[in-house]
Ligand binder design. Sequence first.
Ligand code: NI
Ligand code: MN
Length: 227
Amino acid sequence: MALTYTFHGHACFSLQGDGVTLLFDPFLTGNPVAKVSADDLNADYILLSHGHFDHVPDAAPIAKRTGATVIGTFEVASWIGNQGVEKVHGMQPGGAFKFPFGRVKQTIAHHGSMLPDGSNGGVATGFIVDIAGKRVYYTGDTALFLDMQLYGEEGIDVLILPIGDNYTMGPEDALRCVKFVKPKVVIPVHYNTWPPIAQDAQAFAAAVAAETGATCLVVEPGQTVEL
Ligand code: NI
Ligand code: MN
């Protein structure tokens, strides 16, 4: 079965394949570019890259409504569990676990992870997810780092990465990340939500096309593409 990507705005997106829906970094409430509300989204699993307010706020309400399992660092998963979510799965970078839909490996990221109420969210992370015959690397919010080459050695089909700059990689470092990881498909996120992270995604896509072997998909909030 095909794997699809739906962008909800900022760094919130869904992957759907093999009858399973994975929702990443749910930030709909207060998200100025979101086209849907948290009440509209379904999920079997919710993956949280780190604890910041623009990544976690709708995770607990959606998990309570849908019965989804929430995956994050031990610290973030525990914080979600303390809000009455029954199914949480804590991990740490470098660790992988085989879920019914496929393997999830938590990756390192260079970024903060304080939770919205000031709780300690542990370290920031990304994920390498196997689903519907594809391997997807979502870097999460991060700086560029050379060890991205090691993740590229694992054979990445789809790379989802921030290009907004200021809080994360900007377009230049994101382009270097693409060269490190060598994916087939690149999808930029974490830009144009607020003025400090305004970017020209089409210019980034043109640079990816000119300088790498990857195809860059610029997906608008509310849009779904097949991977
Ligand atoms: Ni962040
Ligand atoms: Mn962020």
